[in-house]
Ligand binder design. Structure first.
Ligand code: BEZ
Length: 251
């Protein structure tokens, strides 16, 4: 799925993505100095965190805007452009890390993505990641769907939010052995008085494209209103996130 990222808005509204990703890093057990690729590195926060933890980290992303930002912020780190479903590397890595990226790849393209991750790793190398899991942001997407359809728009939803069993099968088919898997709810507080509508504006651009431009913000705000009972408390909006965290080894 291709998204035009607005790097500034992403940086302001979505800092939580990188903060939560730090917990995923703890699943890595390769030694200090090992080469680690941050797949879908975005603005590079977690690549820099990997480097700070002592690994030889590099970042790859498909978004030119995000990469430009990453290079400006962390000039000492190597960042390069690549699409997860087709990238190739000259020298294999000891580990591949990824946070909040794999669910952007539709289900049919997952085998391609995992084949390229496998090819980028040494045998015995680690693949450690977190992605949206089964049921992720389901209430938000259901409310948005209602509002898009109510305005005569078309609704499409291409995210892939698997459970442990479904993703384990894909990993095994691509040449990995699963070592750890956890599917868990992680209610995620959002910034701002229109936290849900802002989240929709950043993360549900494809869904919103089923409406004319002039109706999109109104649909996002109406979806937010529908969710007040479920996702708003003490002045804070909370996204109904479910995460799938896994570690697999290349065999
Ligand atoms: C997420 O990071 O969980 C997410 C991203 C886009 C759409 C839905 C969820």
């Amino acid at each position: 799925m291709n998204i035009e990222w607005d790097s500034k808005t992403y940086g302001e509204k979505c800092a939580f993505v990188g903060e939560y990703g730090k917990g995923v890093v703890d699943l890595l057990s390769v030694p200090p100095g090992a080469r680690v690729l941050d797949l879908g590195c975005g603005r590079g926060e977690l690549t820099a965190y990997l480097a700070q933890r002592g690994w030889n980290a590099e970042g790859m992303d498909a978004s030119k805007a995000q990469l430009a930002d990453a290079k400006r912020r962390f000039p000492e780190i190597v960042f390069f452009e690549g699409d997860i479903t087709s990238f190739e590397v000259e020298k294999r890595y000891d580990a591949v890390f990824s946070n909040a990226v794999l669910h952007w790849i539709d289900k049919d393209s997952q085998p391609d993505a995992l084949a390229h991750v496998r090819a980028a790793l040494k045998t015995g190398g680690e693949f450690v990641f977190e992605m949206g899991g089964k049921g992720n942001a389901a209430a938000i997407h259901a409310a948005l769907k209602e509002e898009i359809l109510a305005r005569g728009g078309t609704y499409r939803h291409d995210f892939f939010f698997p459970d442990e069993a479904e993703y384990s099968a894909l990993l095994e088919a691509a040449g990995f052995e699963v070592r750890y898997a956890s599917l868990f709810e992680r209610p995620t507080p959002l910034k701002g008085e229109d936290g849900i509508a802002d989240w929709i504006g950043v993360f549900a651009k494809n869904e919103l494209s089923g409406l004319p431009e002039g109706q999109r913000r109104a649909a996002a705000l109406a979806a937010q209103e529908r969710l007040k009972g479920a996702l708003f408390a003490d002045g804070i909006w909370t996204a109904d996130y479910v995460r799938l965290r896994m570690k697999a080894v290349a065999v």
